[in-house]
Each structure stands twice: as C-alpha cells, then as structure tokens.
Design a protein around this ligand. Structure first.
Ligand code: KIV
Length: 320
C-alpha cells in the first residue's frame, strides 16, 4: 500500500489574500521555471499590507529600517529588539508573502549558538518565516547552525552595509577578478551551508549573472543587474519617501515624499483658513439635547449626572 501524502495545509490569511502563502518551495520553483522573484522591504503594518496586496513574493524587514525609518546614518545601531518590534507589525499586515527578518549587526557575528538563539527570536517573537544575514564564508558556521534548526536562511553578499567601515563606504563590490572570485566562492559556500537564496548587492551585472548561473538556489539582486533570479528594493526608495540620497540602482515609481508634503501643507492652509473641518466632518446633536445642555451649562461642575436623570438625556456613546 502506498503512503498517502496529505495536501499542503491552506493558510487562512493567505487564502483571504487570494493567493497561496509563499514558501521556500515557491521561491525554488520560480528559480527553476525562470519566473522572476519579487521582493520588497516592509517595516510596519501599512507597508506590509501594500507590498502583500501588490503580490510581492517576499517581504524583507530589512535593517535598512535604521536609516529609512529611524533616521540613523547607517544600519549599525539597530538592535534585535527594535527589529522584532517592526517584524510583528509586518506580520500583522502581510497574509501571503514570505516574511524574511534581517538579523542586525552583532546579532550573529559572535558565534553560531548566539546566532541561532537570535534567529529563533525572529520566528518565535517576530512571526518571520526566514532570516537573512550578511557575509560569506565567515558566517558559514552560523548559517549551518540556523539551517539545522529548521530556519530558512537567506545569505547576503557583495555590498554588505553592516561592514560599511571595513568596505570604506557604500561601494560596488567584485569589480576586480580577485574580488569577483571571492564573491563566487562565498556564494557557493553559502549554498553548501544550506541557504535557500542569496542577496547580491551592488555587484557588476555580468558577475551577478554568472554567480546566478553557477548556483542552484535563487539569487535576489539589488544593484546587480537583470541576470539574477529576482529583485529587491527598499520600500522608501521605490516610493520616493527617502530623500537623503538615491542609489544608482533605484527606480523611483512614485514621489510620495513630495505628494505628502503638498498634502500636509494643504491641510495646514485649510486649518488656517477655517475651510477644514467642513460640515461633513462634524458630529451633530439634537435640538432637544442642545436645549437640555443649555439649561445645564452654567451650573457648577458635577451636577450633570443628576440633571441628565431628571431630563432623560442619554450620555454620548461613540465619537466616530
Ligand atoms: O536591509 C535591507 O533593506 C537589505 C536589502 C537592501 C537587501 O538588506
């Protein structure tokens, strides 16, 4: 008698979103079929809802939140607890996308046991489906320990912002033959260690395409050209909400920063000119209640309850 394989469980939240929950298997299947994998960062409930509803395969709670949400100069200062706070909000906003939590600086570099403990927190406390960490061969023991615990790991090589001081700034990586070979060896080592995919950031397009060809797991490019298995961008860059600088590899699909400033300026003008709020934004009161109130208004404080009992006027129940 052949064993029956039960059908994959239906995730109710994903079903409500009208598409199946994206998993490591979905991502691997897309790599195999050649369909591009889409990934976007998300940091809170609204950005997760937007990315999920737009059909993103994966949402990354990136440590870029240190810069684009918290206003820090680089990604180094964000902590695991801060990341988890944002992960939980993203979890509440996303139904179908695979959720990847970015392990921040010093949460995995020290040793494999502490990396595993911190990775576990992203799943247990943050509701993530996977974690991402930066680095090549130097983090293989950490990747192995996390993967062995059943946690999917996404690698990240090329420009690794947590090493900004060692790299000497936000610079393209892998431009020389030796650097390119190091990146290829790092990618192969991460694949061997069990990563289910690898981000390639700011590397020449032909190198990214070659690494992608040599791997069996998908690559997700950011500033790595069109030859990777998928693409990732930062939410605030895509929407024109981060205006301190725009990397060469970003295409801005909207100018929401400008639109938001114009909208808020309009709101301020409307308040100043008393054209907001208008009648449709206000609550009304019956003539009967108003007359009863008028009779009470000049009485000393604290006498309203007994007066309400006498006049039969109901207490207010809702403000919306
Ligand atoms: O933190 C982040 O947003 C990232 C992506 C740029 C890949 O790591």
């Amino acid at each position: 008698m052949s064993a029956q394989i039960p059908p994959a469980p239906v995730d109710p939240a994903a079903a409500a979103a009208g598409r199946a929950k994206v998993t490591v298997r979905t991502v691997a299947a897309k790599r195999k079929s050649g369909d591009a994998i889409t990934m976007l960062t998300a940091y809170d409930y609204p950005s997760a809802q937007i990315g999920d509803a737009a059909g993103m395969d994966m949402l990354l709670v990136g440590d870029s939140l240190a810069m684009v949400v918290l206003g820090h100069e680089n990604t180094l200062s964000v902590t695991v607890d801060e990341m988890l706070h944002h992960c939980r909000a993203v979890k509440r906003g996303a139904a179908a996308a695979m959720l990847v939590g970015d392990m921040p600086f010093m949460s995995y570099q020290v040793d494999a046991p502490s990396a595993l403990r911190n990775a576990g927190r992203f799943l247990q406390e943050g509701g993530m489906d996977a974690v991402k960490l930066e680095g090549g061969r130097s983090v293989v023991p950490q990747v192995q320990a996390i993967v062995a615990a059943g946690i999917p790991v996404m690698g990240h090589i090329g420009l690794t912002p947590q090493s900004i001081h060692a790299l000497g700034g936000f610079r393209v990586q892998g431009k020389t033959a030796a650097e390119a070979k190091r990146l290829l060896d790092d990618a192969l080592a991460l694949q061997d260690a069990g990563c289910y995919s690898i981000v390639l950031e700011s590397v020449p397009d032909r190198l990214a395409a070659d690494i992608t060809r040599r791997l069996t797991i998908p690559t997700i490019g950011i500033g790595a050209g069109a030859g990777t298995s998928g693409q990732v961008l930062v939410f605030h860059d895509v929407l024109g909400l981060f205006e301190r600088f725009t990397p060469k590899f970003v295409r801005r699909y909207a100018e929401l920063g400008t639109a938001a400033r114009e909208a808020i300026r309009q709101y301020a003008d409307d308040v100043a000119t008393h054209s907001f709020p208008a009648a449709e934004h206000t609550f009304t009161m019956s003539d009967e209640a108003w007359q009863a109130y008028s009779a009470l208004a000049d009485r000393p404080a604290g006498t309203a309850t007994s007066a309400r009992r006498r006049t039969g006027v109901a207490a207010p129940t809702s403000t919306r």
